[in-house]
Design a protein around this ligand. Structure first.
Ligand code: MZP
Length: 502
C-alpha cells in the first residue's frame, strides 16, 4: 500500500512572523541581503554570492537580456531560458556580458540631410531627445555632431528645414576615444558640465554615448552584481538533453552560473548531466539543480549530482497546472520548511552549506519575506519579473489597463517539452502550463526597491541584519482564516473603492 504522509501541504499565506527584539542597530541601512549561490564550507567561507536574494525564472516570457541587465544592476541574477536554440541563448548571454554599464549604443541617428521634422518623429519614436548626426545616418558611421531638443523649438522653427543648420558640430563637442573608462568619461562630463559624451573610434566613427543621467542611475545601484572583470553577472538554464553542447556555448559566451531547468529534478538524468558538467568545468563553476520538494530529493542532488544550489517547487507556479494534470507537487511552504531543515542538518554533518532557492508561487512581497524567513537563501520568480518593463514581451492595452503576456514553459506556446521529459521522448503530449496575461508593473528597478525595503524593514522587526540570522531567529505562527480577515482593513471605507464604485 502507498505510504500516506501524515501532514498537510502548506502555503506561505498560512503563516505570519512574530517580531523579535529590535535593537538600535537594527535599521534598514545596516541590513545586508547578500546570500550565497554556491556551496561553501566553514573553511572556505561564502564564495560566489548574490547581492540581493532574487533570481528570475528561466522562461521565454521572463528572462531575456534586458531583464538580465536590469536585475544584475539591482544585485540579482537572471537565468536566460533554454527553450530556444543554443545559438540564440548564447547570443543573449553575450549581450548581457558585453553590456557596458554607462556606455550606450545610440539608437537615435540621422544623416545631416534629414529635416527637423525627421528629428522630431525619431525622438518621439525612441523617447530619446539626443540624436547623433552621422555621415550616413547609421549607428556606427562617422560622427558629425549632436542634435538635442534644446537646439530647436518645435512650434517656432520651420520643421522642413535640414538639421544641418541646427545641430552642434563635431568641433564644438566634447568627445572621448574608445577605451576610456566609465570613471574618466564621467569626470569629463562633470568637468565640461555636459549632459552627453560621444565616444568615437580612431577613425571618428561613433561607438557609444555616455550620459550624465546614467551616472546618477549607476550611483543609485550600489548592489550591482558583476564578475571579476566588472561585467554584469548572468545565468543560463540547461536541459538534460543537449546540455553538453549548450553548456559549452554558454561558457564560451561568458555565463556565470548554470542551472538545470526541470519540473522534476529528482532523476538519474539530472545527476548524470551534473556529473558531466562538474567533470568538464570543475568546482569553480556555479551549478544549480532541481526542482525537488522533499529532503530525499535535496540529498540526492547534493550528494549524487554535486550541485551548488537546489531549487525547490513543483506545481506552485502562477501559470502551472502540473498538480491538476499529473497529481504531483507539494505546498511550497511545506517543501521549503522540510528542505531548509535538511540543508541545516547537512551543514552540521559535513560542514558544507548548500544554498536553497524557493521557486515559483510567490504572489506578493509578503510571501517572499515568509519564504526567506523559512530558510530559503534566495527566491526565483517568473510572474513578478514578467510584469516589468524589461521582460521580453510587448505591452498590450485591455479595457484601459496595460498588461504583458506571460506563459508557462509547459504551455503549448512555449513547447519546452525537454523541461518535462528529462529521460527521453520528445514533443508535448499534454500541457502543464497556461498562456495568460499579467498587469504591467513598470520598471523593474522601482518595483524591486519597494520589495527590498519591505524585506529590510521586516528583518529589523525580527531583530536581524543578515539573512542567515533571519533564518535562525525568525519565529512563525500558523494563521486561521479569521486571522487573515483580521489582518485586512475592517469597518472603514477606502476612498478609492468608493469612487470606483461610482
Ligand atoms: P511564478 O513566479 O510565476 O509563480 O512561477 C515561476 C516558476 O514556475 C518557474 O521558475 C518554473 O519553476 C515554474 N514554471 C514555468 N513554467 C511552468 C509551466 O508551464 C512552470 N508549468 O511551472
Amino acid at each position: 500500500m502507498a505510504k500516506i504522509i501524515d501532514d498537510i501541504s502548506r502555503t506561505f499565506q498560512e503563516y505570519l512572523l512574530l517580531p523579535g527584539l529590535t535593537k538600535k542597530e537594527h535599521v534598514p541601512s545596516n541590513v545586508s541581503l547578500r546570500v550565497p549561490i554556491q556551496r561553501f564550507t566553514k573553511k572556505s567561507g561564502q564564495r560566489i554570492s548574490l547581492n540581493i536574494p532574487f533570481v528570475s525564472a528561466a522562461m521565454q516570457a521572463v528572462s531575456g537580456p534586458d531583464l538580465a541587465i536590469a536585475l544584475a544592476r539591482k544585485g540579482g541574477c537572471a537565468f536566460i531560458f533554454c527553450s530556444q536554440s543554443i545559438e540564440e541563448q548564447a547570443e543573449m548571454i553575450r549581450l548581457v556580458k558585453e553590456h557596458k554599464a554607462g556606455f550606450v549604443e545610440s539608437d537615435s541617428n540621422l544623416p545631416p540631410t534629414a529635416t527637423l521634422r525627421d528629428a522630431l518623429v525619431l525622438a518621439k519614436k525612441t523617447g530619446h531627445s539626443t540624436i547623433a548626426i552621422t555621415k550616413d545616418g547609421t549607428q556606427n558611421s562617422k560622427l558629425l555632431g549632436i542634435l538635442t531638443s534644446k537646439d530647436y523649438w518645435e512650434f517656432k522653427d520651420d520643421l522642413s528645414k535640414p538639421i544641418k543648420n541646427y545641430f552642434t558640430p563635431l568641433e564644438k563637442l566634447v568627445l572621448a576615444e574608445e577605451g576610456i573608462s566609465l570613471q574618466d568619461a564621467t569626470e569629463k562630463l562633470w568637468k565640461h558640465k555636459k549632459e552627453c559624451l560621444p565616444i568615437i573610434d580612431k577613425k571618428g566613427n561613433l561607438k557609444y554615448l555616455v550620459f550624465r543621467r546614467d551616472y546618477f542611475d549607476h550611483k543609485s545601484n550600489p548592489d550591482e552584481l558583476t564578475d571579476e572583470q566588472k561585467r554584469l553577472f548572468v545565468g543560463g538554464a540547461l536541459n538534460t538533453h543537449d546540455y553538453k553542447e549548450r553548456a559549452r556555448a554558454l561558457m564560451d559566451a561568458g555565463v556565470d552560473a548554470l542551472c538545470l531547468d526541470s519540473s522534476d529534478g529528482f532523476t538519474e538524468w539530472q545527476a548524470e548531466a551534473c556529473r558531466h558538467l562538474r567533470k568538464e568545468y570543475g568546482d569553480s563553476m556555479v551549478l544549480g539543480g532541481g526542482n525537488v520538494v522533499t529532503a530525499a530529493g535535496f540529498r540526492y542532488l547534493v550528494e549524487t549530482a554535486k550541485v551548488d544550489f537546489v531549487k525547490i517547487g513543483i506545481g506552485g507556479g502562477s501559470i502551472c497546472i502540473t498538480r491538476e494534470q499529473k497529481g504531483i507537487g507539494r505546498g511550497q511552504a511545506s517543501s521549503v520548511i522540510e528542505i531548509a531543515a535538511e540543508r541545516d542538518r547537512y551543514f552540521k554533518q559535513t560542514g558544507t552549506y548548500i544554498p536553497i532557492c524557493s521557486d515559483g508561487g510567490l504572489n506578493n512581497d509578503t510571501q517572499v519575506i515568509i519564504a526567506l524567513a523559512m530558510g530559503a537563501d534566495f527566491v526565483m520568480m517568473g510572474k513578478y519579473f514578467a510584469m516589468t518593463e524589461e521582460s521580453p514581451t510587448s505591452k498590450i492595452t485591455y479595457q484601459g489597463r496595460l498588461y504583458k503576456p506571460y506563459w508557462g514553459e509547459g504551455s503549448n506556446r512555449a513547447r519546452n517539452w525537454q523541461r518535462y521529459k528529462e529521460g527521453g521522448g520528445s514533443g508535448l503530449v499534454f500541457e502543464e502550463g497556461v498562456d495568460a496575461y499579467v498587469p504591467y508593473s513598470g520598471p523593474l528597478g522601482e518595483k524591486m526597491d519597494v520589495t527590498l525595503a519591505k524585506i529590510r524593514a521586516t528583518m529589523c522587526n525580527i531583530g536581524t541584519l543578515t539573512l542567515r540570522d533571519f533564518h535562525d531567529n525568525a519565529q512563525l505562527t500558523r494563521v486561521s482564516e479569521m486571522t487573515i480577515v483580521e489582518g485586512g482593513t475592517s469597518s472603514v471605507e477606502q476612498l478609492d473603492r468608493i469612487s470606483s464604485n461610482g
